[in-house]
Design a protein around this ligand. Structure first.
Ligand code: NAD
Length: 341
């Protein structure tokens, strides 16, 4: 069965997800929908994607700019089995009515509230909860990374509580209107930030307390984690082994790889020849992992633009009930050249 997929919203997340869908042998990218014609629309057409306008005003602009427009987003959605909504925060909830009226399944992103969908989703944690559902929400970049590592640590050592301080990139690289900033901005000042409770939408078994701030960088988020466990404290090496064996987590070493910063991680992605320098994995520094008492400490970097790409592809297979979790993740990872653990 070939699953016909529409991507509504075509920028940071939508462009990556559309490219990933186009790589899947069991999926067909029906097209992408954009508000305005621009270089991104031209590049989509060069890749062979059909581009649709969000509304009549946009459709007219496409004509004025001489960029072929295949119709309106409503036409795109009607031609698909499922739509991946990659529009900005809170726009997805407005689009939901259209998907419902056309009887289509949809995947939403982490900018939407948990209750927009029947379940929030991280493939390796709760794939089966999304099987056959109508609406699923792929959680945000920070939540995805936290769920991947915490799920794995919990399975092995049983977590009682997790604390995380998140230094967030201030803006995505092309968002020049939001930066540069010359400050560390507490975002929010109140504690916890939304990230911990959002992890609990996927992993409800232990409290996750998060604090967050924006820092003057565009490329990655940096998490500092302290995870309390219930049982006998493991050795550092056992925790390194557990995290290194976690799917979609890349472990690096400052000593052996010379990777000491998020800049080095992005440079590694360039060396690996990744499209757009994308790092689909959560990146954990092996030599930061330390067990003190019953607490596990470590640093983790998150490429905010890329990490949810594989989850969106898996969410499509889960919702369409077309593959088991392990098979879907294997297909997705092979297509994106994610290095197996
Ligand atoms: P974005 O603003 O970069 O892209 C969204 C695109 O959708 C824009 O091009 C916008 O013009 C377009 N759009 C707006 N209304 C539309 C409509 N009605 N129909 C079609 N297109 C429309 O946003 P993004 O960063 O790609 O984020 C999308 C979602 O993914 C949000 O929920 C966000 O919270 C989430 N997310 C973002 C990141 C990130 O770091 N950027 C990471 C993980 C999750």
């Amino acid at each position: 069965m070939t699953i016909k997929v529409a991507v509504n919203g075509y920028n940071v997340i939508g462009r990556r997800v559309a490219d990933a869908v186009a790589l899947q042998s069991d999926m067909e990218l029906v097209g992408v929908a954009k508000v305005k014609p621009d270089y991104k629309a031209r590049s989509a057409i060069q890749k062979g994607y059909r581009v649709f306008a969000a509304d009549e005003k946009g459709e007219k602009l496409f004509k004025d700019f001489g960029i072929p427009c295949a119709g309106l987003s409503r036409d795109l959605v009607s031609q698909a089995d499922i739509v991946i909504d990659a529009t900005p925060e809170d726009v997805g909830s407005q689009n939901k009515q259209m998907y419902e009226s056309l009887g289509k399944k949809a995947i939403f992103q982490g900018g939407e509230d948990h209750n927009i969908a029947e379940t929030s989703f991280v493939a390796q944690c709760n794939y089966d909860q999304a099987v056959g559902r109508k609406f699923v929400r792929v959680v945000s970049c920070n939540t995805t990374a936290l769920c991947r590592v915490l799920h794995s640590i919990d399975e092995e050592f049983s977590i009682s509580k997790a604390n995380v301080v998140i230094a967030r990139r201030a803006a995505d690289p092309d968002e020049s209107s939001k930066g540069p900033i010359d400050a560390v901005v507490l975002d929010p000042v109140s504690i916890p930030s939304h990230h911990g409770p959002d992890v609990n939408t996927v992993l409800p078994g232990f409290p996750v307390i998060s604090m967050a701030m924006k820092i003057p960088t565009t490329h990655m988020h940096l998490h500092s984690l302290i995870v309390s466990i219930k049982g006998t404290p493991p050795t550092d090496d056992r925790v390194v082994e557990t995290i290194s064996n976690t799917p979609r987590v890349m472990t690096v070493s400052s000593k052996k790889d010379g990777i000491k910063s998020t800049a080095n991680v992005m440079d590694l992605a360039r060396e690996l020849g990744r499209p757009r320098n994308d790092v689909f994995e959560a990146v954990v520094w092996k030599d930061s992992i330390k067990v003190i008492g019953n607490e596990i400490y470590f640093f983790m970097a998150v490429h905010q633009e890329a990490i949810v790409t594989p989850e969106n592809v898996d969410a499509v297979r889960a919702v369409m009930n077309s593959a088991k979790a392990t098979d879907s993740m294997r297909m997705t990872d092979q297509s994106l050249k994610i290095i197996p653990n």
